[in-house]
Design a protein around this ligand. Structure first.
Ligand code: AKG
Length: 361
């Protein structure tokens, strides 16, 4: 629908979006609908977000059991936790954020080389979610690229800034090893054993990097960086330079739920449980619904590394977790199935991939 200025979602296609042009107002097609939950429902008590010292996974059996217990509780209550002592050097984190920022600062001509609205493309630069196509637009610019195995994809990545490939590549490799360690702990916590998915994730598993930039917004209450959604992945590991990520805590306030602002502490990484771990756990662990709010003055950068099984490898509920009293609650699906879903659905309207996988009673 057009407003009186003749503006609609398709007015703000990539290369011409409000966020790329630093428009001094928020166009109507970016307006947040009331169903997205008012800002006053935000829970500012960010201390409730669980933080886990992941180095203890390498300690004695007793220590490991303790960490796995903490992780299991966080996955059930929030579908989200933060990790400290993860072993990735601060320089590697800083360098990755720096080259990501450097990429978004490049002249449009350079970024346009990667411009694409094809959700199947292994490397693409665009805005919002499906820019110009979805009903509502979001104040985001992003570069998405596959990252595993690195040698298969890195030659497709930006060569500018000149250190992009080296520094982002190092970050991707380190985050990927961490994802395997965390997935081992997750399968162990479900009683499936540490190596249950390791060969499928290690050899052919996918790693998709969403390199996100949220420029300053003239009215941060009127638009969002990203709407409430969950990730298709098994887990997503996220690094941010500023606050802005909010997670939904479903059991807060007597079950009515609340948004919680995730605090930014230097060096701390965030772990999202994705739809495919919700399936793997037959619903015991919940994929976290999250959204991104904006800042009036500063540019926010986030690096979201999404880890899943291979392109066509289907995640299903394991037979060990199913019996007569507890039947499988989800259909199987792959990363490719998610991409097909993305083409046909509008996430800005609250459509969720996980809802299409639920088996109705
Ligand atoms: O920027 C963030 O904190 C979240 C990013 C995200 O949810 C995504 O890329 O799907």
């Amino acid at each position: 629908m057009e407003n009186e200025k003749g503006e609609s979602s398709s007015t703000f296609k990539m290369d011409n979006s409000a966020q790329e042009r630093s428009l001094p107002y928020v166009p109507d097609c970016y307006a947040v609908p009331p169903s997205y939950e008012p800002r006053d429902a935000l829970d500012s008590n960010s201390e409730i977000v669980p933080t886990i010292d992941i180095s203890r996974l390498k300690s004695s059996d007793d220590e490991r059991r303790g960490v796995i217990q903490e992780l299991s509780s966080a996955c059930q209550r929030f579908g989200f936790f933060q990790i400290v002592n993860h072993g990735i050097n601060q320089n590697i984190l800083d360098d990755a954020l720096e080259v990501a920022h450097g990429f978004f600062e490049l002249p449009a001509k350079e970024k346009k080389k990667f411009m694409s609205n094809d959700v199947y493309a292994p490397v693409r630069y665009t805005t919002s979610i499906k820019d110009g196509l979805d009903k509502i637009q979001f104040w985001r610019i992003f570069l998405k690229h596959y990252a595993h195995p690195l040698h298969r994809w890195i030659h497709l990545w930006p060569q500018n800034p000149p250190e992009y490939r080296e520094k982002m590549g190092k970050f991707c490799e380190e985050v990927r090893s961490l994802s395997l360690e965390i997935m081992g702990a997750i399968t162990e916590s479900l009683g499936l054993g540490r190596d249950n998915l390791s060969s499928r994730m290690d050899k052919n598993g996918m790693q998709v990097m969403a390199v996100n930039c949220y420029p300053p917004c003239p009215d941060p209450t009127a638009a969002l960086g990203l709407p409430p959604h969950s990730d298709y992945s098994c887990i997503t590991i996220l690094l941010q330079n500023l606050t802005g990520l909010e997670i939904f805590h479903p059991s807060a306030h007597g079950g009515s739920g609340r948004w919680v602002l995730v605090p930014e502490v230097k060096g701390v990484l965030k772990v999202h449980i994705g739809d495919h771990v919700e399936v793997l756990s037959n619903g015991l662990y919940k994929s976290v619904i999250h959204k991104v709010t904006l800042n009036e003055e500063k540019t926010r950068i986030s690096l979201a590394s999404l880890h899943s099984l291979g392109m066509d490898d289907k995640m299903s509920v394991p037979y060990q977790l199913v019996n007569n009293e507890n039947p499988a609650r989800y259909r199987e699906s792959s990363f490719n199935d998610f991409l097909d879903f993305l083409v046909k659905n509008d996430i800005s309207q609250g459509e969720r991939f996980i809802d299409t996988l639920r088996i109705k009673d």
